[in-house]
Design a binder for this molecule. Structure first.
Ligand code: TNX
Length: 556
């Protein structure tokens, strides 16, 4: 008898705890700028409640739809979309997020900083949940924050949200993530998942690395063989250049329609797509199809192993520039991004030094060693300048890896610092805009755990743990004056894929390190505390579970 009573007690308490409403927690990743909460009072969100939005506003309608689907995915709660219902539990409101007053959408928008355009307020009161922002992008950020604040457990019917007022906006305007789709090819669907993860973490720039020695992956209609044949390597080396090959052809490329679909999908998630055509090095995929554009004339097989190739575009051949203009012209048609990445990294000068055409060009341009820049480095700068001018005519600016410093920077170029932060510091001192993408803090192709016994293969050494990423300060105040710091647009993390061939592995490398990077990108330094980040992480990783995405379960 006693036993039965005990059972009943245990059972009912279990039932009650299952039924008890779980609580929202606003200390999400990346941490909002300002959170004021009153945890003694809650608004209770029930299954079937509504999300109200302005039905004349397509953007709001889309965001409301996103929010409903996210809430369903994370919690199981079904919310209905109820245009213009002032009594709905959740309301999207266009207006100045700092005031409760409804403002005119888009007014004085041009005077807003990029950060202010993304700003939002999230309020929870007895009347419900209000997401308020001047722009759609701010409402989207607010909706993502609400999504992340909810407990990610399935089959919930009620959720308590403590009263709160959150004011939030990002620290940096540029919050980038690179994906190398050239060493390994990832489908449009996988890239969409990648973009979803970026959006979840508040990132806004997708740097899409599309061409490589090991494969050309962008369709150029005027040069159909480029993608058809330049995308296929005959086999792939196993492990870290072991000399043993898999004997299996490998390929894949993106049609222009695929690219447009990626651009559209990204734009709906407030992500700009920056395509990279890596030039004049890392071009063996193209040279395979167009051997006359190399200094030696080839043949050039699409490269089957990793590392830096000596085979680069011949800078002395006028056809090289014609080729680049054809490619970049079509690239501009497909990608609306203000910024186009021209690579510029790891371009050995061995061939140029021995090439009569390149040497003749050096002579024609009057390039001589000035003690700081070799003639060949200056020749690369000359190539960059031609590209910069061509893209300038299309209203675009160029971004290049920090090697573009070697021959002197062209006028408007933006430097992406990857060999540590040195190049970025130098460029900022020269008053050039900079993206900080240092390998030592952001190359997530490196292992994330010290003990590599359970890890999937990766490049290099254990130098990019979660805590290492988290410790990064992109403004480098010990090196840069306040004025020079203004040139730092923001940080980026990069996922190179020599050793990453499958989507699960991709997301394992990415997550949760992107969480750490997102706080570098979004938060002020005084908000950051790695132990606190780790304490907040389980709510995010539970959401990863609900989304069904793979991630590394250990964090160090
Ligand atoms: C350097 S980053 C590269 C890439 C490699 C990466 C591997 C850069 C501009 N070049 O081509 O994939 O290291 O970590």
């Amino acid at each position: 008898m006693k036993r039965t009573v005990l059972y009943v007690l245990v059972l009912t308490s279990l039932m009650f705890s299952a039924a008890a409403a779980r609580r929202a927690d606003y200390r999400i990743i990346p941490l909002p700028k300002n959170i004021q909460s009153d945890t003694t009072q809650v608004f209770t969100l029930h299954d079937g409640m509504g999300i109200a939005y302005d039905s004349n506003d397509e953007e709001q309608a889309r965001i409301a739809g996103f929010l409903a689907s996210w809430v369903k995915q994370a919690t199981g709660l079904s919310l209905s979309l109820t245009p213009s219902d002032s009594k709905a539990a959740i309301r999207l409101v266009a207006g100045d997020p700092k005031t409760k007053k409804k403002g005119r959408k888009g007014s004085f928008a041009d005077t807003l900083t990029a950060q202010q355009q993304e700003a939002y307020t999230l309020r929870v009161t007895a009347q419900g949940i209000t997401l308020q922002a001047r722009r759609g992008i701010g409402l989207f950020r607010a909706a993502q924050s609400l999504r992340k604040a909810l407990p990610a457990e399935k089959d919930q019917t009620v959720i308590d949200l403590p009263y709160t007022t959150i004011h939030d906006e990002p620290r940096f305007v540029y919050r980038g993530v690179l994906l190398d789709c050239a060493r390994h090819f990832f489908t449009v669907d996988v890239i969409k998942q990648y973009l979803d993860m970026m959006a979840l973490h508040g990132c806004n720039q997708f740097h899409w690395h599309l061409t490589e020695d090991q494969g050309w992956r962008f369709e150029v209609k005027a040069l159909p063989r480029l993608a058809l044949e330049g995308s296929i390597r005959q086999e792939t080396v196993l492990g870290r250049n072991t000399g043993i090959y898999d004997g299996t052809p490998y390929g894949g490329y993106y049609t222009q329609d695929d690219c447009r679909e990626i651009v559209r999908y990204a734009a709906e998630r407030y992500i700009n797509v920056i395509p990279e055509i890596d030039l004049p090095g890392h071009m063996q995929g193209a040279l395979h199809v167009m051997p006359h554009l190399g200094c030696t004339g080839g043949p050039y097989p699409v490269r089957t192993y990793w590392g830096v190739s000596d085979e680069v575009l011949c800078a002395g051949n006028p056809l090289t520039l014609d080729f680049l203009k054809t490619v970049l012209g079509e690239l501009c048609d497909v990608f609306p991004s203000k910024y186009i990445h021209l690579g510029g990294d790891e371009c050995p000068k061995k061939r140029w030094k021995a090439c009569p055409k390149c040497q003749a060009k050096i002579k024609e341009l009057g390039l001589t060693d000035d003690g700081k820049h070799s003639p060949e480095d200056q020749l690369q700068t000359w190539v960059n300048r031609q590209v910069e001018q061509f893209l300038g005519e299309h209203g675009r600016d160029i971004i290049g890896w920090d090697e573009i410093l070697a021959g002197g920077l062209t006028e408007r170029s933006i430097v992406m610092s990857w060999r540590g932060t040195k190049g970025g510091i130098e460029a900022a001192r020269q008053h050039h805009r900079v993206i900080m993408a240092p390998n030592v803090f952001g190359y997530i192709d490196h292992p994330q755990l010290k003990d590599d016994s359970n890890q999937l293969p990766s490049i290099g050494r254990y130098i990019v743990s979660c805590s290492k990423i988290y410790s990064f300060e992109p403004l480098i105040p010990e090196e840069l004056s306040d004025e020079e710091q203004q040139y730092i647009l923001g940080p980026q993390t990069s996922l190179w894929t020599e050793y990453v061939a499958f989507p699960q592995h991709l997301f394992f490398q990415l997550l949760p390190r992107l969480g750490a990077m997102s706080e570098v990108q979004w938060c002020r330094p005084d908000q950051k505390d790695f132990e606190d980040f780790k304490a907040r992480l389980p709510r995010l990783t539970r959401l990863y579970d609900r989304i069904g995405i793979k991630y590394c379960r250990q964090v160090e």
